[in-house]
Write a protein that binds this ligand. Structure first.
Ligand code: AMP
Length: 428
């Protein structure tokens, strides 16, 4: 029997993991610059948390969750998104009592049983942030800028920020009536998917990707034009804060987000380099969520972004030049005395923080040199009985081809001294 990975999942192989490490380090350093601290929650939660926190009528809860009964019959679900889990943890651990504004970030795998296609996986990875406890649009702006700064720090160009307001409990119901009336007149011509949404979540018809649906809803009323005074003032303040921060954005009245708990700000960051799955980030305000999960009403804003999508944009823009982790030193041994020395010396290098590889496959000196080259080692030390007797070795710089003679007892110092120097081997 040949085992294969599950459809919609992917291995991150050693040749590409350095890209993930770069992306994750960049995310962490920008998050820390904005004073967000990491939160990690379990991979699975009670199914009811997501049903309630995301909404029974959403695609995620309706048809995409990996839900199973454990041996004691409890219904559990692999997390399809992080916000509900963060809020559960916020309430359970009384985080709001320890500080008035909780700013957290995460990097974690998510699971959704979607139709696999380019840019859509069943296990994918998200990074995101949540700011829990503040209602001023300053913090909405901070969240938007934070996500944009991460793309900038990754070197991604040509992304667009689109913002909208989805109103609140006060203004949304009457707007929904207006929208429903408008949609009734075109109902028969809508796509099957949109007709399904009509009864459940008519706002989602506005973000249909179907060209015909979009044409039919061209003159549909938009939430942003029917906001109550409070939402309208929040939206205009957000726009002026973004402008004062020199952030370019567009207003897009069709952004509605799939989730029920969003209020006021909704935004997306999209990249033209991603084809049909062009969304890098989705986020916004969800003042109703903590209460929905039986906590105290707490204003919150956040975003979630796909790591695979960020990597796709980076690859499209040639941001990886193929530089990977490679050992600093490869010790090539000419004979068995050299091999004995190599294994001990390799440990000394490693304990001094200098990465080092040796030959484990009893290869000839020539094929060890080839291996060092294949692994892109920076230096090769050639060692054998002669060198051991003389107390010095030849160190070859694999980039320049230069060879330097170094005393064996000075080797660790030699490489520590070289760290960060352009032309290694020039110790005077
Ligand atoms: P959402 O939680 O649906 O708002 O998604 C937030 C971001 O996660 C999207 O903008 C994508 O970048 C990413 N994402 C969502 N679903 C998937 C998926 N199935 N595969 C890969 N990335 C995804």
């Amino acid at each position: 029997m040949k085992f294969k990975s599950i459809k919609g999942t992917k291995d991150i192989l050693p040749d590409e993991s350095y890209r993930w490490q770069f992306v994750e380090q960049t995310i962490r350093s920008v998050m820390h610059a904005f004073n967000y601290r990491e939160i990690r929650t379990p991979v699975f939660e009670e199914t009811a948390l997501f049903a309630r926190g995301i909404g029974e009528l959403t695609d995620i809860v309706g048809k995409e969750m990996y839900t199973f009964l454990d041996r004691s019959g409890s219904s559990l679900t692999l997390k399809p998104e992080m916000t509900a889990a963060v809020m559960r943890s916020f309430i359970q651990n009384n985080l709001g009592e320890q500080q008035p504004l909780v700013k957290v970030y995460y990097i974690a795998p998510m699971f959704r049983q979607e139709r696999p296609q380019a840019g859509r996986l069943r296990q994918f990875h998200q990074f995101g942030a949540e700011a829990i406890g503040a209602s001023h649009p300053y913090i909405d702006a901070e969240i938007i800028v934070l996500s944009a700064e991460i793309y900038k720090a990754l070197g991604i160009k040509n992304f667009e920020i689109k913002i909208n307001s989805v109103g609140c409990e006060q203004c949304r119901p009457s707007y929904k009536d207006k929208l429903t009336k408008h949609l009734q007149s075109v109902y028969d011509k809508l796509s099957e998917e949109s007709r399904k949404r009509f009864g459940q979540n008519p706002l989602r018809i506005l973000d249909s990707k179907d060209e015909n649906d979009r044409a039919l809803t061209n003159d549909a009323p938009l939430m942003k034009d029917h906001l109550c005074e409070e939402c309208s003032s929040h939206f205009s303040q957000l726009r002026s804060i973004l402008t004062s921060l020199n952030i370019e954005y567009q207003i897009d009245g069709r952004i509605v987000r799939g989730l029920d708990y969003y209020t006021k700000t909704a935004y997306e960051i999209v990249s033209n380099d991603l084809g049909s799955q062009d969304a890098l980030t989705g986020g916004g305000r969800y003042d109703l969520l903590v209460k929905e999960l039986d906590g105290k009403q707490t204003p919150s804003v956040g975003f979630a972004a796909g790591i695979e999508r960020a990597l796709m944009a980076m690859e499209k823009q040639n941001l990886f030049s193929g530089e990977q982790f490679s050992p600093k030193i490869f010790i090539a041994a000419a004979d068995s005395a050299g091999k004995d020395w190599a294994i001990t010396q390799a440990m000394t290098f490693r304990q001094s923080g200098i990465s080092c590889e040796i030959d484990f496959l009893e290869r000839s000196l020539k094929s060890q040199m080839r291996e060092a080259d294949r692994q892109k080692a920076e230096f090769v030390i050639i060692i054998g009985e002669n060198e051991l007797r003389n107390g010095h070795v030849s160190v070859k710089n694999m980039k320049t081809g230069n060879q330097t003679i170094v005393m064996i007892k000075d080797l660790v110092n030699h490489f520590q001294y070289q760290e960060g120097k352009d032309e290694p081997g020039k110790k005077d």
